[in-house]
Design a protein around this ligand. Structure first.
Ligand code: FAD
Length: 522
């Protein structure tokens, strides 16, 4: 009994000491910041409204309280802040924040400084996006500030008849934010993720150095930063590859109840992936229609909606391939024939193919219409317990059986939007920090849920159950936009890349000050 009390008191003392150390550390950081040079302190914002805005993100799950928000008015301000932090006995953590569309506090810091990247817009004088049309060596490109959002990149490039080749589904994300992850969408199978479409970067490293890097120069930093979860430096400029912009798209949805026919057709479609391949689709995604409210059928013609509803009711889950073929004046004549060739051998339910013809911009910016609707209903700023996985193609039917038909269909929890589509690993560069499964083809499966605070725990539990199922089945999945909070989980996530990731951290951010919200080194 005495030994039990002894051990208990010892544990309590250790806990108190840890708390005291943490509190003292936070106080000393606060004190240090107040001693910073004027160029820094003048740009620190500490009003309660700004502080509370920086302590939440799109996820509404994690809340970290920063000491201050930094409003840089130049790139050298960012270097100055990082240099100052490195000069302290206990460096201050620094979190670049793009649009804070992370769902698990990735752009936050407790007691540190959040760098509000959008402030850089002010000093750019309209030069945040510069389009170059006539570079004879690398072709057209755009030099884009890391703080810029993709919708603005789209507008600026379309003005010159050009466009980035690889996208995300939603365009109000910052360039620095998506390049820190990968940036994926239905074009990835053909052009690779957004990180595969970058020629060059300007980065302020965790040591405070402003470095221009590419695959040829300072390549270690270039590869580290792309998909690097903000761990090595702050991206202040990216040179993005461009191609000719189409003007319109044929946008198709094909319905299936048989998973193997659905995934077989998706994999067939992404096997045509040469950049100039005329018989290739330009975009391939997919998602589930589930027998759960709300069943959004707004894409489909009204007279067809009842028969789609009965199909979903009958099968519980319907799989939908979303397919797009771009066109312009020069290809308009044969686009219908091209679409016919694309779908003629596919095994969807006969007569369950639906098509829309919209402008290129309307298609790319499609999620914004949903955003406006959800905002109008007060359903945008709510908790988002998302889970994004990369699943090897060799295990995708096990995933369907165990997760879609097992966990999702069996449990009475609204699954939200579930997206599923395959990508080709050859379009990813393994030198970069982003991690993928080993298979040549792997799927992204995204559970994009929104909920109320009372139900959050149910969703988190279901996410854990899905991860556990995949681990038990030895599926070799990887998380996209990962939310690992223990060192072991991070090592598992990075697998053989962990050693390089750690070495690069020691090289470019030795004091571990950048993007602590990822929870990798902090
Ligand atoms: P933030 O959340 O601000 O930051 C993300 C991380 O990057 C943080 O660790 C931050 O510290 C770091 N960071 C931010 N800026 C920089 C910088 N300039 N330099 C270095 N590090 C930086 N992703 C896809 O790939 N495809 C999709 O289709 C897709 N759709 C989405 C739809 C919605 C509605 C939402 C909310 C997210 C979606 N995402 C998608 C995820 C999104 O790409 C990531 O969450 C991305 O990080 C968001 O960019 P952000 O500007 O909000 O980044």
């Amino acid at each position: 009994m005495a030994s039990y009390y002894y051990r208990f008191s010892k544990a309590l003392i250790m806990l108190c000491l840890t708390c005291i150390v943490l509190i003292t550390q936070a106080q000393s950081q606060t004190w240090s910041l107040l001693q910073a040079p004027k160029e820094i302190t003048l740009k620190l914002i500490r009003d309660p409204v700004t502080l509370s805005l920086a302590s939440i993100d799109y996820g509404h799950i994690v809340h970290d309280n920063p000491f201050a928000i930094f409003a840089p008015s130049s790139i050298s301000d960012i270097s100055l802040l990082i240099n100052f932090s490195n000069s302290l006995a206990i460096p201050i953590t620094i979190a670049p924040r793009g649009q804070a569309h992370s769902v698990h506090g990735q752009a936050m810091t407790n007691h540190g400084v959040v760098v509000n990247m959008t402030e850089l817009n002010g000093f750019r004088n309209g030069d945040g996006i510069v389009v170059v049309v006539d570079d004879t060596t690398i072709g057209p490109y755009a030099d884009v500030g890391g703080e810029q959002i993709w919708i603005d990149v789209l507008h600026a490039t379309l003005e010159r008849g050009l466009t980035p080749l690889s996208w995300t589904d939603y365009l109000y994300l910052s360039v620095g934010g998506t390049l820190s992850n990968a940036g994926i969408s239905g074009q990835t199978f053909r052009f690779g993720p957004q990180i595969s479409n970058v020629h060059q970067l300007d980065v302020v490293t965790g040591k405070g150095d402003l470095v221009t890097c590419s695959a040829e120069n300072n390549s270690e930093l270039f590869y580290a930063v792309l998909g690097g979860l903000g761990q090595f430096g702050i991206i202040t400029r990216a040179r993005i590859a461009l191609g000719p912009a189409p003007t319109r798209v044929k946008w198709l949805r094909l319905l299936y109840n048989d998973f193997s026919a659905f995934s077989g057709d998706q994999e067939h479609l992404i096997s045509f992936n040469g950049i100039n391949e005329t018989n290739a689709a330009d975009y391939v995604e997919g998602f589930l229609l589930q027998n759960q409210p709300p069943l959004d059928l707004s894409f489909y013609p009204e007279p067809d909606q009842p028969r789609i509803t009965s199909l979903v009711t009958q099968y519980g889950i319907i799989y939908v391939i979303e397919l797009v073929k771009y066109y312009d004046n020069s290809t308009q004549e044969h686009v219908d024939e091209d679409v016919k060739l694309l779908v003629e051998r596919l095994k969807f339910f006969p007569t369950f193919m639906f098509e829309k013809d919209v402008s290129y911009e309307e298609f790319l910016n499609r999620v914004h219409a949903d955003e406006l609707f959800l905002r109008s209903q007060g359903l945008w700023d709510v908790p988002h317990p998302w889970l994004n996985l990369f699943v090897p193609a060799s295990r995708i039917s096990d995933f369907d059986e165990g997760v879609f038909k097992g966990i999702i269909l069996q449990q009475n929890i609204t699954a939200g939007l579930v997206i599923i589509y395959p990508m080709n690993r050859t379009k990813w560069d393994d030198n970069m920090s982003a991690v993928t499964p080993h298979d040549d083809v792997f799927y992204v499966v995204s559970f994009l849920r929104s909920t109320v605070f009372d139900k959050l725990e149910e969703f988190k539990a279901q996410n854990r159950q899905i991860l556990q199922f995949c681990a038990n089945a030895g599926m070799g999945i990887k998380q996209y936009l990962p939310q690992n909070k223990t060192r072991e989980k991070w090592e598992e996530q990075f697998g053989p890349k962990w050693k390089t990731f750690k070495q690069r951290k020691a090289q470019f951010d030795p004091n571990r000050i950048l993007s602590p919200g990822q929870g990798i080194f902090n």
